[in-house]
Design a protein. Structure first.
Length: 135
């Protein structure tokens, strides 16, 4: 009986913990002079995630334009997508770390979300599509 209560307590503790984050890295997203005038898009793929898993992509945002940029605001199509980066001027040729989080809680199947980044030098946003297959 004592062992049964210990096993049940252990299962409760394990069941209450959230899934660990899956961390991916490597991609660089570039903002060029063409991006500033015409706008552009890129896709960040998280691959397969379990429902309830938090996916994190460690990216870089590179300023390949001839002007200093400041990301002034962002919009997301779903609160499950959250960008994290230092809001500071990015000089030409400079890049900054850029984390993108996708929380798959409540999501099932193939997912396509949209993140729009607005900068100080253009009214056209940089559109970043976030793709994941949640099972």
């Amino acid at each position: 009986m004592r062992y049964l209560s210990l096993i049940l307590a252990g299962l409760l503790i394990v069941g209450c913990q959230s899934r660990e984050s899956t961390v991916f890295s490597g991609q660089t997203i570039e903002i060029s002079d063409t991006t500033l005038t015409a706008g552009c898009s890129d896709t960040v793929r998280f691959g397969r995630l379990h429902s309830g898993e938090l996916g994190v992509k460690h990216l870089h945002l590179r300023n390949a334009s001839s002007q200093t940029l400041v990301i002034t605001r962002h919009e997301v199509s779903c609160q499950c997508v959250r960008p994290e980066f230092e809001r500071k001027p990015i000089k030409p040729g400079e890049e900054i770390p850029f984390d993108l989080r996708f929380d798959s809680r409540g999501e099932y199947g193939w997912q396509m979300k949209l993140l729009k980044l607005y900068n100080s030098e253009s009214s056209a946003p940089l559109k970043i599509y976030v793709e994941a297959d949640v099972y």
